[in-house]
Each structure stands twice: as structure tokens, then as C-alpha cells.
Design a protein around this ligand. Structure first.
Ligand SMILES: [Zn+2]
Length: 414
């Protein structure tokens, strides 16, 4: 919004900052803030829009406590034995560049067990794709289906398709992503091609081998999304408002408590598996209850259900539907056959879901990090210029956050 003094210094947001950072000042609710803002604008003869008010508040916060760090947090988050979040590593950077991702992944690789195969699910940004290709391999990289679907729907907006056609294309995309059956995937691709060639071309160019369950060459335990990373983002949302050392300290503190709590919980598991896994198994047992089963041998069975017949080999822990091998958990057909053979379903659950694994995952604890002799962060007040860059420090022993540019706009906050 234009203003009479906007074109001359000081900036509107600086004036507002100077007003709201006065010591001991208390705003009694949003109405009071609006009132003060209005009077202040009248006195200074200009109009005040929301963006400027927000910028002024941010500047005031920076002046008081060093300000939030305007960089990025790179994270690696895994799943534990109960499909819970297990934060592995994080790094504070000035940008999500290829260089930073390379450094992060190289160090992650060095820290993790060499002989263990891992699958990386990411939001498929270009820098992550290149970094995973260089540090790990392309075939270990799964692309998050939620992000992919968002891009697909955005792409469809370019074409004047009816709502029904868009809905059908979306259904085909879901089948391509979710089915464990190669034939069902091919059928959906074929139907999509006949309905909208552009949509089909987009899907092929997006390389389904990175996101379609049946085309992914490695075992990914049926996981399609990078939502654990997003959950971690939400978990440290408040901490990310802090200056850089605050982010690190508070996140570390949170992780220490989290890991300790999970460790104590795992010890108390009464079953072989955790609650979430047990719920999946219970559902599969229920679905398998009414299936007709024919024994072919002591370990091979034919299961008859509404979608057709499936061959199940309980010795090999495999089922024709593809789910058992892909997830490491007996599918509904698998549950039906193990029960038919008078065997315990739990005995067919992969070790990665066992209580013992969960206890191992949380056996390591975070070590205390002494901070009593760390340099102070007082320099923040005078060492940042108007663009948020950190100026040269006079004392060489002070810890510097990386230089970075503030991202545009208002940060996402819940
Ligand atoms: Zn099955």
C-alpha cells in the first residue's frame, strides 16, 4: 500500500518495530494491537497494511532476541518397528542446494550401517534427486506420491477437462501408485492413455518406477509418502522460530526426551509387535476369516476370494497379491492360510516389526551436551544488517550461523 513516508527512510516496518520493542510493553489482545497500530499510522500520516505490520513485528523480535534463523533444516527421518517416527539426523543450512544435500547424505551414509539397504523417500526436488543419485543410487530413491499427485493435478488444470474426466484420471493414477499387481498397473496406464494422451505422457515422464508400488525395484514396506518427514517438520515448528543455537538446543532436548520415552514404552510391549502393527494384523485376520482355502501341500494353499484366486506359500512368506512380500506382514490371504494351518500369525511377521527390534532402535540414548562454556550469542543484535546477512565478527571464537537470505513472504505457521 502506498504511503507518504514509505519512500524515505526509515521504513514503515522499522517505525513499527521501534514502537513495539519498547521494554515492558504489553499489548492486551488483538484489538489493543489494532488500536495502537491505527493511532500510530494516523500520527505518522500513512496507511499500514498487514505485510508491513508483520515485517515490523519480525524486526522487533530480531532486535530483542537475535531473531529467528531464516535458513532451512535438512532432515532424515525413519520409521521405527511400530511405524512411529524415528528422527535420524538434521542439519541447518542456508539453502536446499545440491551441495548441502550432498554433504548431508554423505555424512548420513557414513553414520548408518554400511551393509543395511535403505530406501529414501523424498519430495522429489531436483537437488535431492541428484544428491541421492550421486551418494546412493537412483533405484533406492522413492518419490513421495502425495507430492507427485499434487503436481499431476496441477498439470491437468492446463487442460479444459470435465470434472468427471479429471476424476477418472485421478483414479487411474491411484491404481498405478497403489497396486501391487503389474497387470492392474498396466491396465490403468492403458486406460489413461486412451482417455488423455497428455496425462499419460506426464506420468511416463515422471518415471513410475520411483513411485508406483509394483514398479519400484526394492522393498519399500508399502510406504508411498514422505509424511514422516513432514510430521517431524510439524514437531519442531515452534523451535524453528528461534535463533540458530536455540533451534539446535531445543530440538536436541526434544529428541532426547522423545527417544527416552519411546525406549521405556518399547520395554512394556506385551505382544511380539507394537499396537499399530497389531491393528493391521487384526484387520487382515478379520478380512481373511470368510475366505475359502484349499490346501495344495503342507505350506502351499489356494485362497478363493471375490477378486479371484491367490496362491499362498507360508514357508516363503509370499502371496500372489504381492502385499506380503512388499510389507513384511501377512496379508489377509496370508492370515487366512496360517490360521487354516493352525499356526500363529505373529510367527510370520518380519523381524523389523518385532519388540526386540524396537528395543534395539531405542537402545542408544542422546548424550548430554555441555553448553556452560559456549560463547554467548549477544553479537546477534549488532551483527545483522537490514537484509538479514550476518556481518563480519570482531571476535574469532564466536559461532556463526550460515549466511543466508530471508525467504520471501510470511513463514508457514500453525
Ligand atoms: Zn495376499
Amino acid at each position: 500500500m502506498s504511503s507518504s513516508i514509505d519512500s524515505v527512510t526509515p521504513l514503515v516496518s522499522d517505525l513499527w518495530k521501534s514502537l513495539i520493542k519498547e521494554e515492558g510493553q504489553i499489548f492486551d489482545g488483538i484489538v489493543n494491537v489494532r488500536d495502537v497500530l491505527h493511532k500510530f499510522a494516523l500520527a505518522n500520516r500513512f496507511m499500514f497494511n498487514y505485510k508491513k505490520a508483520w515485517r515490523g513485528k519480525e524486526k522487533a523480535k530480531e532486535a530483542v532476541d537475535g531473531g529467528p534463523f531464516h535458513g532451512y533444516m535438512l532432515k532424515a527421518t525413519a520409521l521405527d518397528a511400530n511405524n512411529g517416527i524415528y528422527p535420524v539426523a538434521f542439519k541447518i543450512v542456508k539453502s536446499e542446494s545440491l551441495e548441502n544435500w550432498l554433504w548431508f547424505l554423505e555424512n548420513l551414509k557414513a553414520a548408518l550401517n554400511e551393509d543395511r539397504e535403505i530406501i529414501i523417500i523424498s519430495d522429489r526436488s531436483q537437488s535431492i534427486i541428484s544428491a541421492v543419485r550421486q551418494v546412493y543410487s537412483d533405484e533406492m530413491h522413492a518419490h513421495c506420491f502425495r507430492h507427485l499427485k499434487e503436481n499431476f493435478l496441477k498439470f491437468l488444470e492446463k487442460y479444459h477437462l470435465s470434472k468427471a474426466t479429471k476424476g477418472t484420471l485421478e483414479d487411474h493414477l491411484d491404481i498405478i501408485a497403489y497396486t501391487f499387481q503389474v497387470k492392474a498397473c498396466d491396465r490403468a496406464l492403458d486406460r489413461m492413455k486412451r482417455l488423455c494422451a497428455e496425462a499419460y505422457d506426464w506420468v511416463i515422464e515422471s518415471e513410475p518406477k520411483h513411485w508406483a508400488k509394483c514398479q519400484f525395484p526394492k522393498k519399500r514396506y508399502g510406504k508411498l509418502y514422505s509424511n514422516v518427514a513432514e510430521s517431524f517438520n510439524g514437531w519442531v515448528l515452534k523451535e524453528r522460530e528461534l535463533p540458530i543455537m536455540g533451534i539446535i538446543e531445543k530440538t536436541r532436548e526434544k529428541l532426547t526426551k522423545y527417544i527416552y520415552k519411546r525406549k521405556n514404552k518399547a520395554i512394556l510391549w506385551k505382544l511380539l509387535v507394537g499396537k499399530r502393527i497389531d491393528e493391521i494384523l487384526a484387520l487382515n485376520v478379520k478380512l481373511g476369516e470368510k475366505m475359502q482355502i484349499m490346501s495344495c501341500s503342507t505350506h502351499i494353499f489356494e485362497v478363493r476370494e471375490i477378486h479371484g484366486n491367490f496362491g499362498v506359500d507360508i514357508e516363503r512368506k509370499s502371496c500372489g497379491c504381492g502385499k506380503w512380500e512388499a510389507t513384511g506382514l501377512p496379508c489377509e490371504n496370508g492370515c487366512a492360510t496360517t490360521m487354516k494351518a493352525n499356526l500363529n500369525v505373529y510367527d510370520f511377521v518380519e523381524e523389523c516389526y518385532h519388540k526386540e527390534t524396537q528395543c534395539q532402535i531405542y537402545s542408544e540414548t542422546m548424550r548430554p551436551v555441555p553448553t556452560h562454556d559456549m560463547p554467548s550469542l549477544d553479537f546477534f543484535e549488532d551483527e545483522t544488517d537490514d537484509d538479514g546477512y550476518i556481518n563480519e565478527l570482531s571476535e574469532p571464537d564466536k559461532l556463526l550461523p550460515p549466511r543466508c537470505k530471508k525467504p520471501p513472504g510470511r513463514p508457514r505457521r500453525k
